[in-house]
Design a protein around this ligand. Structure first.
Ligand SMILES: NC(=O)c1cnc(N)c2cc(Br)sc12
Length: 318
């Protein structure tokens, strides 16, 4: 096969494999069998070995294999990554709702989202290319874990539109992966992780990304930095835009038009959360309209337009 034919075939393989990977890892809806996927993947690896000049950093074959790091570089976030104040009962939520309605004349609806128990991350894309991934750190400065995040299949290495933006979300380990990992570690006499959040954090703080690649991590993205610069006016629009770019968002979200509706959702997930295949430690309630968010502003620590309802800690069965 000559270079022209190889170039064409490599492009076809990447488009097909990226579509299949998005279906499997982002939409949880596989289009083909693992065997079918592996067949094309092997063909792409072979062509890239025959024609190294065709390898690009966003090729699906380049997710694993960065060099062994001797530490993590510090990264300053373009805008601070927020933290949330907490609510522990219905009255706390009703007090929050009163403060919100006192703080703005706008009509209020709430975007209600599951609070994923993982590690907060920031992903930076330049002209649609994934260029940097970082931990939240203290909210202002985090650590560069780009190589490790490149191994997480639900994180696109390139977007279908050449947009420059920062997106934030949670990297987590599914419950099943957590149980399997601890079984393997226990059998080898290694220490086990206390919970999926610690397992995800430990997996992302690896200096060797080939270890991270084996940990079956996933993500839910939920924030775009400076969303109004992209013409987005609500959290609903921001989440739909993240979906359209090929990111994995959590579809259990609900737009609520009263705090009563928010409380119903919380009561519903107080039980349903145990049947999810990932851990959550609460529910995040956000004023949906960005103009109203800006009017409400921030306290020193956290936004006045959002709150995290925390589920009561559960008795650990020993
Ligand atoms: N959907 C969300 O906004 C969300 C989900 N899961 C989380 N652990 C967090 C943390 C902050 Br801070 S926001 C948020």
């Amino acid at each position: 096969m000559g270079i022209d034919e190889a170039t064409k075939r490599v492009s076809e393989l990447r488009d097909t494999l990226n579509e299949w990977a998005r279906a499997y890892y982002v939409k949880d809806a596989p289009l083909v069998s693992d065997h079918e996927y592996d067949k094309l993947y092997k063909e792409l690896v072979s062509l890239e070995e025959q024609f190294p000049e065709l390898v690009t950093s966003d090729s699906i074959t380049q997710r694993v294999g960065g060099k062994l790091l001797d530490g993590f570089q510090k990264v300053e976030h373009t805008t601070p990554m927020m933290s949330l104040s907490n609510a522990f009962n219905e009255q706390d939520l009703r007090d929050f709702d009163k403060r919100v309605r006192k703080g703005t004349s706008k009509s209020i609806s709430y975007m209600v989202e599951l609070k994923i128990d993982g590690l907060a991350i920031n992903l930076t894309y330049n002209n649609g290319q994934f260029v940097q991934g970082a931990t939240r750190g203290d909210g202002v400065v985090g650590e560069d874990i780009t190589q490790n995040l490149r191994t997480v299949h639900s994180i696109p290495l390139s977007l279908q539109t050449p947009v420059t933006l920062d997106v934030r979300g949670e990297c987590y380990m599914p419950k099943e992966s957590f149980v399997r990992l601890n079984d393997e570690r226990d059998k080898k006499g290694d220490s086990v992780f206390a919970n999926p959040r610690n397992a995800a954090a430990g997996s992302l703080r690896q200096l060797d990304s080939t270890v991270t690649a084996k940990r079956q991590l996933s993500t839910f993205l939920y924030t775009i930095a400076n969303p109004e610069a992209l013409g987005l006016t609500t959290q609903t629009e921001a989440l739909d835009y993240l979906d359209s770019l090929g990111f994995k968002t959590n579809h259990q979200r609900k737009l609520c038009h009263s705090i009563d509706e928010v409380w119903q959702y919380i009561e519903e997930f107080s039980d349903k959360r145990h049947s999810l295949d990932y851990e959550i430690d609460g529910i995040v309630i956000k004023v949906n309209d960005f103009d109203a968010q800006n009017e409400l502003g921030y306290t020193v620590k956290a936004p006045k337009w959002a709150i995290a309802y925390k589920f009561p800690a559960e008795e650990v069965q020993t």
